[in-house]
Design a protein around this ligand. Structure first.
Ligand code: AMP
Length: 205
């Protein structure tokens, strides 16, 4: 599965909740991110649903004339209310196929606030990067500190010796949605290394 680093950013995958959560800033961030992706001429790749923040980001991108690819497994068509208006909708047989396709079709990954599904998807991209299977950047969109507990856990793992100091911990952190695309463009333009100064400890958040 190893892929080279993307040379140019053409598509970004957004992982986010299939619910709205309780902080209205999350929905606003999802809408703004969808707009910014479209305005930047990037393709949005996402889970294909119409519900929660997933639906918000996709509809916002489409309303701004952006290209959107939705990838949904057949068994979730109803539960996540497949967004029928998508020009590019891929229906897979399994969740594994969905995740693999989302990975293949994207040059970078952004995690907005979400639940267990979002967490799993984002962490999986981090683990694949840590194992040298790809060099595509992963950004945690830390809107109102949503991901701070995860960042504390990562610091704890580091302090306890489970993330080795020589490991390139493969994630970037953005506090505002507006920082994300410039951050990704710079990272991709810079080439192979995806950790470096983008990796913050919790004190910096
Ligand atoms: P959630 O963050 O739980 O609201 O889920 C967000 C998205 O992640 C939805 O499209 C879910 O279908 C998807 N999802 C749920 N569980 C998993 C999983 N184990 N792996 C990957 N994606 C998942």
């Amino acid at each position: 599965m190893t892929t080279k680093s993307p040379k140019h950013l053409t598509s970004v995958c957004v992982y986010c909740g299939s619910s709205f959560g309780s902080d209205p800033a999350h929905e606003a961030a999802a809408a703004r991110l969808g707009q910014l992706i479209a305005e930047s001429g990037l393709r949005l790749v996402y889970g294909g649903g119409a519900v929660g923040l997933m639906g918000t980001v996709a509809r916002a991108a489409m309303e701004c004339g952006g290209a959107v690819t939705g990838i949904i497994p057949r068994f979730l068509e109803k539960r996540e209310v497949m967004l029928e208006t998508l020009e590019d909708l891929v229906i897979t047989q399994t969740m594994h196929e969905r995740k693999q396709l989302m990975f293949q079709k994207s040059d970078a990954f952004i995690a907005l606030p979400g639940g267990i599904g979002t967490l799993e998807e984002a962490v999986e991209m981090m683990t694949w990067a840590q194992l040298g299977q790809h060099r595509k950047p992963v950004v945690l969109a830390n809107i109102n500190g949503f991901w701070s507990p995860l960042l504390e856990l990562l610091d704890h793992m580091r302090a306890q010796g489970y993330i080795r100091p020589d490991t390139e911990v493969p994630y970037l952190i953005a506090k505002q949605v507006g920082e994300i695309i410039p951050m990704l463009e710079q990272t991709v333009a810079r080439g192979p290394s995806i950790g470096g100064e983008g990796v913050a400890s919790t004190e910096e958040l």
